[in-house]
Design a protein around this ligand. Structure first.
Ligand code: PAF
Length: 289
């Protein structure tokens, strides 16, 4: 596995591979890798000849008072996991290399970022799209793989690529869950004792909505209330439960393409999860799959 720290080195490596006719698959991450990230590597590997992963905890997407400084990091372990999973190029820039100066020009994410995570974390998606755009310019991938767990992010990246003609394919991979339903997230490392159990309320709420929809309910109001009843569990502070389409617009009639998104705080940890109703929580991959 090639370790690439410098943006110029990253681009040169990618261009050399492409010049040899190789398709580049790209998995952007913020590190503290888990099986969810590694499944993205597997998907990239199926669709490309060379897989690049980036690890960069992007300060631009964290608000004041959020967890940028304490975000879990373990670069040595990440290197080991990435190499064992067959990553060919690991891009590990530092903040100075990515942002030699405060970027005055940023990607404006538009109305798809107004609600949900965008409302809860003002400026978050401008920070995400700006760094993703920079990474795409440095890696020049043919395909990039994102997890569906960050649904709004994945839809925004896809939209940016379409609207701004980036000329690469965005692949969105199913969420990977623990056997008990908890969606894998680097932030699960913050959960202690009873919080781990309480966090299951998110996937339970999604299942409850899915079951009610499969039972014939197609009105978003009762479905949202059903989900919120389950989300309001001991130790859980719900933030939102929303039923939206792929452009993040609230739906008036629920169908198989409707996505249910939840956010809640468990102790100090903010967690998100979602399900595409027609696919169902059970269709997500499990860590043992
Ligand atoms: O999903 C993440 O880990 C980050 O938001 C991303 C896409 C790597 C951008 O920093």
């Amino acid at each position: 596995m090639h370790l690439l720290a410098d943006p110029t080195q990253m681009r040169a490596w990618s261009r050399a591979e492409r010049a040899r006719g190789r398709r580049i698959g790209f998995v952007p991450t913020m590190g503290f890798l888990h099986e969810g990230h590694l499944r993205l590597v597997d998907r990239a590997r199926e669709r490309a000849d060379r897989v690049v992963m980036s690890i960069f905890v992007n300060p631009l997407q964290f608000g004041a008072g959020e967890d940028w400084a304490t975000y879990p990091r373990d670069v040595e372990r990440d290197k080991q996991l990435a190499s064992e999973r067959g990553v060919d190029g690991l891009f590990l820039p530092d903040a100075k290399a990515m942002y030699p100066a405060d970027p005055l020009v940023r990607v404006h994410p538009g109305p798809m970022a107004d609600g949900l995570e965008g409302a809860a974390r003002p400026g978050h998606f401008a920070g995400v799209l700006t760094v993703v755009a920079k990474l795409f310019h440095l890696v020049e991938p043919d395909i990039a793989v994102f997890g569906r767990k960050d649904f709004q992010q994945a839809m925004l990246v896809r939209r940016m690529v379409d609207d701004l003609n980036f000329g690469l394919e965005i692949d969105i991979a199913p969420t990977v869950r623990e056997l008990d339903g908890l969606a894998l997230s680097s932030r699960n490392a913050y959960l202690h004792g009873d919080e781990r159990r309480a966090a299951l309320a998110l996937s339970r709420a999604l299942r409850a909505v899915e079951q009610a929809w499969r039972g014939g309910e197609a009105d978003p109001g009762p479905l949202a209330r059903r989900g919120l009843d389950v989300l309001r569990a001991p130790g859980v502070a719900p933030e939102y439960l929303a039923l939206v389409d792929e452009q993040m617009r609230p739906v008036v009639r629920v169908d198989a393409r409707t996505v249910v998104l939840v956010a809640a705080k468990v102790g100090k940890t903010r967690l998100i999860d979602n399900v595409v109703l027609g696919e169902g929580v059970a269709s997500d991959t499990s860590v043992r799959a």
